[in-house]
Design a protein around this ligand. Structure first.
Ligand SMILES: *Cc1c(COP(=O)(O)O)cnc(C)c1O
Length: 363
């Protein structure tokens, strides 16, 4: 591990690849021989244009998407997308359908509900969001404008391991916490978005990857900045974009490509997750995983200890060993280790070894 750096298991903002941070540091004062930093350069400059175009191309290449999809860089985080989706696409006749699988899925639904144009088509709330609703649990409304999923539930530590068949209803997904973490048949999705601060870069830009047909035309009644059409037609440059954040997302995408793409990310992420779930499953109930086994997330591993007292000790002792950010979200309690693309196996193994030693000392 790099001197002065700790292992950061925080859910977001989260750890970023060290080579990316170093590269950004090295070219900070002189971006692409412009004599300016990325923070200072005009977003109309040719150096900026080349950077943004490359970032978009790399993201689409990683996802295996063609000309019928477009990449947008927006602001306001995933939370603003929660409102933009119903505003742009839903109506009383064609409501937005929501699958409730956790806190962020609920928040997305609430925005549509507030507008009177949202409906719930499945929910695993009962029992504390321990599983991802199955295909059989989904009650598809053929008249819906879209079916909205939260693909990885950051707080509860559950993740989809199948792509629902929505019977022709457009499929929308919040992939804030598992975007570019593994290959998927992305063509099955019509609209994907992510606040980038989990897996892709610094907080402040929202990535949208969607079919052009959903972006070309937006309701006239909406303010300019609420329309996807505005971002689509102006290549995300209608107003001043968060240039540094987009630049960092581009660097992370290039890093993923250089490391071997999404297949390699999946291999690493599965290996990391297996190490931690292995400790949980071998602990004879000392560690209790929150998620049901078939819904376990490769990104956020959630678990409880025998008492809240021990959980406090666990967090403090972990931090003393350079393992930061393992405290779970207050709505679930317990622990959560977020192990996104940039978290190394070395870091996960250090946490797993700590867990094994902690169990020995306290079981
Ligand atoms: C963190 C998170 C959000 C909220 O993202 P913001 O960019 O902070 O608005 C939404 N959905 C998921 C799945 C998340 O993990």
């Amino acid at each position: 591990m790099e001197a002065n750096r700790i292992y950061n298991f925080n859910p977001g903002p989260a750890t970023l690849p060290l080579p990316v941070l170093k590269e950004a540091q090295a070219e900070f004062l002189n971006f692409h021989e412009s004599g300016m930093s990325i923070l200072e350069i005009s977003h109309r400059a040719k150096e900026y244009a080349a950077m943004q175009a490359q970032a978009k191309a790399d993201i689409k290449e990683l996802m295996g998407l063609g000309d019928d999809y477009e990449v947008l860089f927006m602001t306001g985080g995933a939370s603003t997308q929660f409102a933009f989706l119903p505003l742009n696409f839903a109506s009383k006749e064609h409501p937005g359908s929501y699958v409730l699988s956790g806190s962020f899925a609920e928040k997305a639904y609430k925005e549509a509900e507030h507008l009177g144009i949202g409906e719930i088509v499945a929910s695993s709330k009962e029992g504390g969001y321990r599983h991802i609703p199955t295909q059989e649990e989904l009650k598809i409304d053929k008249d819906a404008a879209y079916v909205h999923l939260c693909y990885n539930n950051t707080i509860y530590g559950t993740e989809y391991h199948y792509i629902p068949d929505t019977q022709g209803v457009p499929l929308f997904a919040d992939m804030s916490s598992d975007m570019l973490s593994r290959p998927l048949d992305f063509q099955k999705f019509d609209f994907i978005y992510a606040g980038v601060q989990k897996n892709l870069g610094p907080a402040g830009v929202t990535l949208v990857v969607a079919k052009k047909s959903f972006l070309e035309k937006s309701p006239e009644s909406l303010p300019t900045m609420f329309k996807y059409e505005t971002f689509f037609k102006k290549d995300s440059l209608y107003n001043t974009p968060p240039a540094f954040n987009i630049y960092m997302v581009g660097k992370v995408a290039a890093w993923i490509k250089a490391e071997g793409g999404l297949a390699e990310m999946e291999k690493r992420n599965k290996k990391k997750a297996a190490r931690l779930y292995g400790v949980i499953d071998a602990s004879n109930g000392f560690y209790r995983g929150h998620a049901e086994k078939d819904s376990r997330s490769f990104m956020n591993v959630t678990f409880r200890l025998p008492s809240e007292e021990l959980e406090k000790t666990f967090v403090a002792e972990a931090l003393a060993k350079g393992l930061s950010g393992v405290k779970g979200h207050r709505s679930v309690g317990g622990m959560r280790a977020s192990i996104y693309n940039a978290m190394t196996y070395e870091g996960v193994d250090a946490l797993a070894c700590f867990m094994e030693a902690f169990e020995k000392a306290h079981a």
